[in-house]
Write a protein that binds this ligand. Structure first.
Ligand code: FES
Length: 193
């Protein structure tokens, strides 16, 4: 008979001690197996959910980036492409609404597939002409500081009727007729004869 030990207030023989520790080992292994099962279940569930979450996050990030890109390029596009205006049949177009222009200002409008220039002179009269420079086809603009039409490409100058004044432009700009119809400013080509 070997030495005995007192555990939890009980006097235990060596064989009882071995039996008890073996039993605790079984309990410990069982508990560990249960924990591992639970962890495996968690991993399986998480593995099913994560791709869905990842797809959602990727979708949101992709949408955000697309919105940023669009918000950057949209103003540039609007600047480069003149706004659409109703075309009344090729020789006539509504270039603006009454009140769009103030004296000594202008706007570019689309006339067929070419730009046109509508301007209101300082005295409040409308004038319209082709906005395509007769030199090398740059788009001209109204200079309200000069009260003249100017081509920035080679410093060409035209008067308010489109006549070439100085610089390289060889010919006048094509002048158009302007009619005020109700609240519409209608521009049309001048008819020959
Ligand atoms: S293109 Fe206008 S001046 Fe040359």
């Amino acid at each position: 008979m070997g030495p005995k030990a007192v555990i939890d207030g009980c006097l235990l023989s060596p064989s009882a001690l071995v039996e008890r520790s073996w039993g605790e080992g079984v309990d410990f292994r069982r508990a560990r197996a249960v924990r591992e099962d639970a962890a495996l279940t968690d991993m399986t569930e998480t593995a099913g959910v994560q791709p869905e979450r990842r797809r959602m996050v990727e979708f949101l990030l992709g949408g955000g980036m697309l919105a940023s890109v669009l918000s950057f390029f949209y103003p540039v596009l609007r600047y480069l492409v003149p706004p659409a205006v109703p075309d009344l049949g090729g020789d006539e177009v509504v270039a603006a609404k009454a009140g769009d222009l103030k004296p000594n200002s202008s706007k570019i409008f689309r006339f067929g597939n070419r730009p046109g220039l509508l301007l209101m002179s300082a005295d409040g009269g409308y004038r319209a002409m082709s906005a395509t420079c007769t030199h090398l086809s740059c788009t001209v603009q109204y200079r309200n500081d000069l009260h003249q039409v100017w081509c920035a490409c080679h410093n060409g100058l035209y008067d308010l009727n489109g006549r070439n004044l100085s610089g390289p432009p060889p010919r006048p700009l094509e002048a158009y007729q302007v009619h005020v119809r109700g609240d519409e400013i209608v521009v049309s080509r001048k008819r020959e004869g």
